[in-house]
Write a protein that binds this ligand. Structure first.
Ligand SMILES: Cc1ncc(COP(=O)(O)O)c(C=O)c1O
Length: 456
């Protein structure tokens, strides 16, 4: 019979063997991976970039035997805050959940500036559904602004046109990774006493005047879905520098519970016994009521699982490389498409911003001798993935027909984007061969469609 130390040693040896096997299996699968064949291999617009390190990290977390939010999530939150220069991060199971808890927390009775149902929140018409939905779900009234045709974000000076005595906040996505004009927006918010939520789900690593997007407003949200700058498979986070907001965000993520202190929530010390657990005083509950079952907010369960966080810790190490690759791929596509600027509106970043682009977006000009459908079909037929700019002008989507919102102006650019914009990828999985093939394919299309020669 093995003694305890023999058992530990066997356990460690078996775990090491598992890790070695995974490493070998991963390298083997890489070697047999199909080589790129132009026209036959699909060029994705995005995809998870990972290797055996993520798989081993997830395995270690699984073997650890604690699946709920625990030490890996805690470590991830700290490191993610460190990367962004944020005070606090709250890990959730998606970017949509991040938006939902961010907006819901601002409606909490515990938040000193509590928003009320019917309050107005300014947001762009071109948006992602789950940027917009938390406003509706919380009974807030969206006020929709048109977007700029080149940045795909609102023009900050248009905020003045949207504000009313009921305006209490601004909810802005940094569209496709392109930072909004955050200094003007924050000044405006301060002057009008508005809360700001930055949906940075597409914009991890983008900066404005040297500061990470997501860290300007009351809350910033991120998505770790595979299409984004780094991935946990699925996942998201909210960052905040507001000490009032942080426990509310955690509470709403965790069923609305009162108990969100760091020691209890992370189970870092299995021997720790919370001295307040049976002494949590409220006016309405029995005085011995277990604090773990006291609810101070209307919440959900939007928690991640531990192996997502374990994957995230490995992805964070690679994030600077991912961001650099996105910027470089974007620049190469921009240089190429500049030769066709008579036919496309090219994406534009504001002075002072440094986007970690989500994708390369183009809007076919109204006078072009071809339509968006023509070029999108051509690219798709040649196995180059395309996507449209999410919901486009969201109020034209069937689900939003009867939503109560206030529209400022005519939303002409938003409609044009809905009709004519599309994007292709810039993700780190794109190789020189992929980019060359994309450019060749576009060159041939442009020659056919316009009669012009190749791009300069
Ligand atoms: C701007 C924006 N917000 C929110 C989301 C939702 O993120 P998730 O897919 O992680 O729920 C997305 C998704 O890509 C997005 O692009």
């Amino acid at each position: 019979m093995e003694n305890e130390s023999d058992q530990i040693s066997t356990d460690l040896t078996m775990k090491q063997k598992l890790r070695d096997d995974i490493r070998e299996c991963w390298h083997c699968s890489r070697e047999t991976k199909e080589k790129f064949v132009p026209g036959r291999t699909k060029i994705q617009y995005a995809g998870a970039e990972y290797d055996e390190k993520e798989i081993i990290a997830m395995l270690d977390a699984i073997l650890d035997g604690w699946f709920g939010v625990g030490k890996f999530s805690h470590r991830f939150e700290n490191q993610f805050s460190g990367f962004l220069g944020a005070q606090e991060s709250i890990l959730v199971n998606s970017g949509s959940s991040a938006n939902l808890i961010a907006v819901s927390a601002l409606m909490s009775h515990q938040f000193p500036g509590q928003l009320q149902r019917g309050d107005e929140i300014i947001s762009p018409a071109v948006t992602f559904p789950t940027t917009f939905n938390p406003l509706i779900q919380n009974g807030l009234r969206p006020v929709l602004l048109d977007v700029n045709p080149s940045t795909y974000n609102i023009d900050a000076e248009d905020l003045e046109k949207a504000v009313s005595p009921r305006t209490r906040g601004i909810m802005i996505p940094h569209t496709l990774g392109n930072p909004n004009e955050m200094d003007t927006i924050m000044d405006f918010a301060r002057d009008h006493d508005l809360v700001v939520v930055e949906d940075s789900c597409d914009a991890l690593g983008s900066t404005y005047k040297g500061k990470h997007v997501g860290t300007f407003g009351d809350a910033g949200t991120f998505s770790f879905y595979v299409a984004h700058q780094m991935t946990l498979g699925e996942g998201g986070a909210v960052v905040t520098g507001d000490p009032d907001l942080e426990p509310i965000l955690r509470s709403i993520r965790d069923w609305g519970r009162a108990c969100v202190c760091p020691v209890c929530r992370v189970s870092l010390d299995p021997d720790y016994r919370c001295p307040l657990r049976f002494q949590f005083e409220t006016d309405t509950l029995p005085d011995d009521y277990d604090k773990r079952y006291v609810y101070t907010n209307i919440g959900y369960n939007l928690k991640p699982v531990e192996f997502q966080a374990a994957m995230g810790l490995e992805q964070l190490k690679k994030l600077p490389r991912f961001i650099a690759a996105r910027k470089s791929n974007f620049s190469r596509l921009f240089e190429f498409f500049e030769g066709y600027s008579d036919y496309f509106t090219l994406p534009e970043a504001l002075p002072g911003s440094d986007p970690a682009w989500f994708s390369f977006v183009l809007t076919v000009r109204e006078n072009a001798p071809f339509s968006r459908k023509d070029i999108v079909m051509w690219l798709e037929q040649h196995n180059i993935e395309t996507r449209l700019l999410f919901a486009g002008n969201i109020i034209r989507q069937p689900a939003y027909e009867h939503v109560d919102c206030r529209v400022v102006g005519e939303l002409e650019n938003s409609d044009r984007i809905m009709r004519n914009a599309f994007f292709i990828g810039v993700y780190p999985g794109l190789t020189d061969e992929h980019l060359a093939y994309i450019m060749d394919t576009v060159r041939t299309f442009m020659h056919k469609a316009t009669g012009e020669g190749g791009a300069p």
